[in-house]
Design a protein around this ligand. Structure first.
Ligand code: F6P
Length: 509
């Protein structure tokens, strides 16, 4: 296994300094001073029009960020990422999600192809009724084993699918119970998605589903289980027949895993062609990220914008608003992708990080959010860089007023944030000069969505490289798990008095 070493000479401090001290124009001045700003500060890639003209980036900032990226070894790190080099240093392994879409070390691409064929074989067997009459699918998983598949299903389902698929993540029975009430146990396939095959929530839910199957008279509930995991032995040990285990490589991170067998329920529900399109769209974005100079490379430019606002303008959050109901789960998905990847306070070599790590990602759907949180965006004291997403082709057949209204509202918000409106009445004054980026998609099909998600993955990686952190581990989640286990085990160790009181109040002795 090749291990990544960054041998670049670091002049990064000089470039940060240049970025931080550069005089800043207002957004309207940037437009006034450059008639072709929109052409120069927008790019088109894989059905995605990326407009960053309403950000404070200008040619000088772009130039300095490119120098910074060069000093940070971004090109070399992209090459390492896509060649199976062990860039996840703390865990001593590669991060090979791109191999799932055919771009990576030869053996990893080959292996991903073989595992994908195995998944195809199982899908064909289900289609050929090898599991009896299946109408319902319960997909259990949490974090990366649920958020990606759920986003894909919500975004791409047409409503006429052969299977009803429920993705259940929460340990709260309020999530699972209604599904059990609605589904027919005899026609249900249980899909357990867990990279580690140890996650407590997933296995409590799995036990409840198998108990429900037994109660409903299913003779062999374990015969209806499919496991998606990087730990096939653990799945077999748990009782899943090895023919029904769909493994994936442990070099594919949980929040980067929707392209692997973790996407099984998506491929089964939406069809393998849609899944293939997703992979093809993502591969197109991989090639763009790998082969395009930084001045035209959209994940890299998006990372420059992110770094500018979080380091120079001290923005602690970034808001993402999808003006498309089908993408309503995108903010949730991005929260895990970006915050679990880049919410760190040490660099890849274990030194304290002396800059802000990932901003807090939040958001919602337009136009709903306009009537809820946009007050703060337009007039609040926090500066929040906003990201708008919209799709040119509507996902419905209602009157065109719906889609016109939706998209024009989206564009109007970006314009209003930028230009503002002066008033002598302070209550009615809009300061403006508030940045936004717009991603306008031609259509919301498998290919474009694949490219969009890969865009976000690579942007997250580019941000990590600019910060010098490892985006592929997540040790921060372990302590909470450990303490929850201690509480569950009731191992006698006293917690703090607040926690003990809460526990005793909820569960009196
Ligand atoms: O607790 C965090 C985490 O490990 C995520 O990184 C991961 O996506 C999720 O839990 C689920 O893990 P698994 O797929 O191993 O069940």
């Amino acid at each position: 296994m090749k291990v990544f070493r960054n041998n670049k000479k670091e002049c990064a401090l000089d470039h940060w300094n240049a970025i931080e001290t550069q005089p800043i124009s207002t957004l309207t001045a940037l437009f006034e001073n450059s008639a072709d700003r929109v052409e120069r500060f927008s790019h088109e890639q894989s059905g995605i029009y990326f407009d960053f003209s309403k950000t404070h980036l200008d040619s000088a900032l772009l130039e300095n960020f490119q120098q910074l990226a060069a000093d940070k070894g971004l090109s070399e790190q992209i090459e390492a990422l896509m060649n199976g080099v062990a860039i996840n240093i703390s865990e001593g392994r590669a991060a090979e999600h791109t191999a799932e879409r055919g771009i990576g070390a030869e053996t990893s691409v080959e292996n991903a192809g073989l595992l994908r064929n195995r998944m195809l074989g199982l899908i064909e067997a289900i289609e050929a009724s090898a599991f009896g009459d299946i109408e319902h699918i319960i997909h259990l998983g949490i974090g990366g084993s649920a958020l990606g598949p759920e986003l894909l299903l919500e975004a791409l389902k047409l409503g006429d699918e052969k299977y009803q698929t429920a993705i259940i993540s929460n340990i709260d029975g309020c999530a699972l119970e209604p599904v059990l009430e609605r589904f027919d146990a005899h026609k249900t396939l249980l899909v357990i998605a867990s990279k580690s095959f140890t996650t407590a929530e997933t296995f409590l839910n799995a036990r409840s589903v198998t108990d429900w199957m037994t109660e409903q008279g299913v003779v062999d509930p374990f015969g209806k289980i499919i496991a998606l995991t990087a730990m096939p032995d653990k799945a077999v040990e748990w009782g899943v027949d090895e023919n029904r285990v769909l493994p994936f490589s442990d070099t594919v991170g949980g929040r980067y895993s929707l392209w692997s067998s973790i996407g099984f329920s998506v491929a089964l529900t939406l069809g393998i062609d849609v899944f293939d399109d997703l992979l093809a769209g993502a591969a197109e974005m991989d090639r763009h990220f790998k082969d395009t100079s930084f001045d035209r490379n959209i994940p890299v430019i998006a990372a420059f914008c992110d770094q500018y606002y979080s380091q120079v303008r001290n923005c602690e959050t970034r808001a993402v608003f999808a003006y498309d109901e089908r993408l309503k789960l995108l903010p949730d998905y991005l929260q895990q992708l970006e915050m679990e990847s880049n919410g760190k306070s040490v660099t890849a070599d274990g030194k304290p990080l002396d800059r802000h790590s990932s901003p807090i990602v939040w958001g919602g759907v337009g136009t709903d959010a306009q009537h809820a949180v946009f007050q703060l965006l337009h007039q609040g004291t926090h500066l929040v860089p906003v990201e708008f997403l919209a799709v040119i082709e509507p996902g419905h057949s209602l009157a065109s007023e719906h889609h016109h209204g939706l998209l024009l509202n989206c564009f109007a918000q970006g314009a209003a944030l930028m230009t503002g409106k002066k008033s002598d009445d302070p209550n009615r004054n809009y300061p403006g000069n508030r940045p936004s980026v717009t991603l306008l998609l031609d259509d919301l099909d498998g290919k474009t969505l694949g490219a969009l998600i890969a865009f976000y993955e690579h942007r997250t990686f580019a941000n990590a490289v600019l910060l010098g952190i490892n985006p592929y581990d997540q040790f921060g989640v372990e302590l909470g798990k450990e303490m929850a286990n201690a509480l569950l085990a009731g191992d006698g160790n006293q917690m703090d008095s607040s926690t003990e009181t809460l526990k005793n109040r909820a569960f009196p002795a």
